[in-house]
Unconditional design. Structure first.
Length: 146
């Protein structure tokens, strides 16, 4: 009887981990698509600038870049929280939180690497958006100083 209960608990744990992993995968896909969309929109605005020679389009490209930076950081923050949840459910965290079966509690992860600011300035985020902003700013400055 105890063996059946343990087997059932293990199956539930595996299913719970699968649920969490599916969420992490979805969040990661969203983050990847946001990066692609940001680059596409900036390229489209630069193409419009090239055909019209209106510098406003370079400035306008800064806005979606910033918006996508904030949005991408949010998705990465959520992904990190669910990875923390995954590690706690799997029992591989150094100081795991107590999680009930099938409980989804990303709100328990708030400090350190789970903070929005630490995600916002993380290497995977700023290495995409900061260069775009820098290049757009440089091009605008260069073209206005001619």
């Amino acid at each position: 009887m105890a063996s059946i209960v343990n087997q059932s608990k293990m199956e539930n744990k595996i299913k719970h981990l699968e649920f969490i992993q599916n969420i992490v995968t979805r969040l990661n896909t969203n983050s990847f698509q946001i990066k692609g969309l940001a680059i596409t929109i900036v390229a489209a605005l630069l193409a419009v600038y090239a055909s019209t020679k209106k510098l406003d389009f370079i400035l306008i490209a800064l806005l979606p870049t910033l918006i996508f930076w904030f949005l991408d950081a949010y998705y990465l923050q959520q992904e990190r929280k669910f990875r923390g949840l995954y590690n706690d459910v799997a029992g591989v965290s150094e100081s795991p939180k107590i999680i009930k079966e099938f409980e989804m509690r990303p709100d328990l992860y708030k400090k350190g690497k789970y903070r929005y600011f630490s995600v916002f300035v993380s290497k995977t985020i700023w290495t995409i958006y900061l260069p775009i902003l820098a290049i757009l700013s440089f091009v605008y400055y260069y073209l206005t100083s001619k």
